[in-house]
Ligand binder design. Structure first.
Ligand SMILES: [Zn+2]
Length: 256
């Protein structure tokens, strides 16, 4: 069965704290990741191609990958966007719409540094040049801790403002913190989203629920070689001890 990978990034800039090393990928490193993917024959696809794959059964190229960036950091515009454009690689940025033009106030200091978020002007410029935008709610809450009405508000309001600002349908979603349950997924479907990304690791294929897509989390300090290993195994943590971890996690999956 044809399979594809979705890569998850957050910040594309220098990490400023120890905790940020996982989430902030230096621009040079980001570029090396993209070069490796292209050199290894991976084919960049847009979220629209993935939607088409699930809804219209339009095939994807072999070794397809999608770049996703969560949260909407300003460095996505200043650092990631010029690199993506240079290699003509599409990507989707998931916006917490209530934070557009503000700072990453949901991330706790001093573990994380204060960071600027994208402005609507930057978002519009990128949208006109091959970057897609999806919803990541309004306030970046843990949706599993909210009542249904609050979840609906987060989903519908963020979708609406993206559609108003960009003049195109907003059909794609990413769960903040990767948190969801059956009810959350159902409410995402009711809000008319066509795809939704989790933070669960692994490949995707036709059997995957498009509202529970899996991703490979790319850590800021992953070398191109490490990323290649992660994609090869479809796992976030492809270390030398991988086979042992793999089997024990499979075992746990069966027990739980
Ligand atoms: Zn997030």
């Amino acid at each position: 069965m044809q399979r594809f990978v979705i890569l998850m990034y957050h910040m594309v800039s220098e990490p400023k704290t120890a905790a940020e090393i996982k989430y902030a990928c230096r621009p040079k490193q980001f570029e090396q990741h993209l070069q490796m993917l292209l050199n290894e024959g991976f084919k960049p696809v847009s979220i629209g191609a993935i939607e088409d794959y699930y809804i219209n059964h339009t095939p994807l190229p072999d070794k397809a990958f999608l770049i996703t960036l969560d949260d909407g950091f300003e460095d996505n515009y200043s650092n990631a966007f010029p690199i993506l454009r240079r290699y003509q690689i599409p990507a989707i940025i998931y916006l917490a719409t209530g934070l557009v033009g503000k700072t990453n106030q949901w991330m706790s200091a001093p573990t994380f540094s204060k960071r600027k978020m994208l402005s609507w002007a930057q978002i519009k410029e990128m949208a006109s040049q091959g970057i897609d935008f999806g919803s990541h709610t309004v306030n970046h809450p843990a949706l599993t801790e909210l009542d249904d009405e609050s979840v609906c508000k987060e989903l519908v309001q963020s979708k609406k403002i993206i559609e108003e600002q960009l003049g195109v349908a907003c059909s794609h979603f990413a769960y903040p913190f990767g948190l969801l349950n059956e009810r959350t997924r159902e409410l995402v479907q009711q809000a008319s989203f066509k795809t939704a990304c989790t933070t669960r690791s692994g490949f995707n294929n036709a059997a995957r629920d498009p509202l529970m897509l899996h991703r490979i989390e790319v850590y800021g300090d992953d070398s191109a070689w490490k990323l290649k290993q992660k994609i090869g195994f479809g796992m976030n943590d492809a270390s030398w001890f991988f086979p042992l971890k793999y089997y024990s996690s499979r075992l746990l999956a069966r027990i739980c």
